[in-house]
Write a new protein. Structure first.
Length: 464
């Protein structure tokens, strides 16, 4: 037998409970990525992990209640203690609870402040009776529930070129949570991380080389609330024009004749007008006739570009690449300096594949096309995109005679003549075909009407 002083032993202290201490931890695999990013960011900043009282709506959390004595010693939660917890039913849903009331799996259903109250009521005796305490221990904890964090875009495909400026930034955006974020590029064996991209604390992404990385945005109040974006950096393989508006209004005093007037119009141009040009289906049908302001909005045209990398993935941003847009007839239109891009939230919500766009103005009436040129990878030789983008410049329509109103008697007719305005399209029969659609004949007519809709061949690369 073992000597008395070598036998295993334990000292049990019987104390009175004094107060509760609450803790909240996320449940599920989704929390692992957030926790990894939180540890990495805390190590970089020297911050220690603290308990956080913020929840994400729709996510499961384990709410733990621990009892402590007056000397701050944690009391063992035996099975026969009974703790009652009050949850606001409209804000917090309880999925599962332990029998003694020390552990609860909860889900926040709406944003706002949530107060949880707990009471140590008594213990269950050997006779299965509840013995109430004369002085029950009570405690409460306030929790803050926020909407889930979303990152835009949630997947980023970028093209790398040797001519790229290392200071070129790609803006990521986030919404949800408390609004205060920590941005982190994950590092580890499974990802190249910081050697491919870096990210600033305002969400600016900087490319360093070809590869892949994971960017995590976490809530400052609770790093376990996060979202992430997968970033892939590759080489550009192909470039094409995207579909969009193709007509430019030419005012009486063209914008190209006055730099100050052009600068004034550009400074007040909103991103919604660019979206209407690049995604015409997004715009509601205009009322006719257009007022003067709407006409002037159409005096600048945004022409979009789309691109794919060598793996066939759509490029998210390509405004940093050496791309040049040239008109076949430079006397008709002028390409304004600069390659632009849609902001991240708008681009993601509209599900647009436009990676960059240019703005153009009309110089005189007529029809022409744009061509795109680019370089890629280690090649210095300029390449031409397969597709072209047609564009027409037109003046405001004028009716003859120049009367604001025309009076026509019942049963009579009058011919109305006009000059200028949008002209019929000059379509190359080798690149287009006409789709004939028959509509039902109106009442009183015997012959159906025919609608002609010119369609471009898919091989032209102008379709999405």
């Amino acid at each position: 037998m073992l000597a008395h002083h070598r036998r295993p032993m334990s000292i049990v202290y019987v104390v009175e409970p004094a107060y509760f201490r609450f803790s909240v931890q996320p449940v599920g695999e989704d929390a692992h990525l957030c926790i990894k990013a939180a540890r990495q960011s805390s190590q970089a900043s020297g911050q220690s992990n603290l308990n956080h009282w913020t929840l994400e709506t729709g996510k499961e959390y384990n709410l733990q209640l621990d009892l402590y004595d007056q000397n701050n010693h944690r009391i063992f939660p035996s099975d026969n203690i009974r703790i009652s917890v009050q949850f606001p039913e409209d804000a917090l849903e309880v999925l599962k609870s332990s029998k003694n009331g020390t552990s609860h799996v909860v889900v926040a259903r709406k944003t706002g402040t949530i107060t949880v109250k707990a009471t140590l009521e008594g213990v269950i005796t050997s006779n299965e009776e509840l013995k109430l305490f004369s002085h029950p221990v009570m405690g409460s904890q306030e929790l803050a529930a926020y909407s889930p964090i979303q990152i835009f875009p949630n997947q980023v495909n970028l093209a790398w070129d040797v001519s790229m400026n290392a200071s070129e930034r790609f803006n990521l955006a986030a919404k949800g949570g408390s609004g205060d974020y920590i941005w982190t590029v994950l590092s580890g064996k499974e990802t190249e991380g910081g050697s491919v991209v870096t990210v600033s604390q305002d969400g600016a992404l900087f490319v360093k080389k070809v590869g892949s990385a994971v960017v995590v945005v976490s809530d400052l109040r609770n790093p376990a609330m996060c979202s992430h974006s997968v970033v892939r950096v590759s080489h550009l393989a192909n470039l094409a024009f995207s579909q969009g508006r193709v007509e430019i209004y030419l005012p009486k005093n063209p914008l190209g004749e006055s730099e100050s007037r052009l600068s004034s119009v550009l400074s007040t141009r909103s991103v919604e007008l660019d979206i209407f040009d690049l995604l015409p289906d997004f715009q509601q049908v205009n009322q006719h006739p257009l007022n003067q302001k709407e006409k002037m909005d159409n005096s600048i045209l945004s022409v979009g570009l789309k691109a794919v990398d060598i793996d066939g993935n759509s490029i998210t941003f390509c405004h940093n690449l050496p791309i040049r847009i040239r008109p076949i007839d430079s006397s008709l239109v002028k390409v304004l300096p600069g390659l632009h891009h849609l902001p991240s939230p708008a681009k993601d919500e509209l599900n647009s594949n436009v990676c960059a766009f240019v703005r153009v103005i009309g110089l005189r009436e007529g029809f022409t096309e744009f061509e795109a040129y680019f370089t890629t990878g280690e090649q210095k030789e300029e390449q031409k995109a397969v597709s072209r983008f047609p564009v027409v410049v037109y003046k405001d329509i004028s009716f003859l005679p120049n009367n604001a109103f025309v009076a026509v008697a019942t049963g009579s007719s009058r011919r109305i003549s006009f000059t200028d305005g949008p002209n019929p399209w000059e379509l190359d029969i080798s690149s287009h075909f006409v789709d004939l659609q028959f509509t039902e004949a109106p009442i009183g007519k015997t012959n159906p009407s025919i609608r002609q809709k010119p369609q471009a061949f898919v091989s032209q690369g102008n379709t999405n």
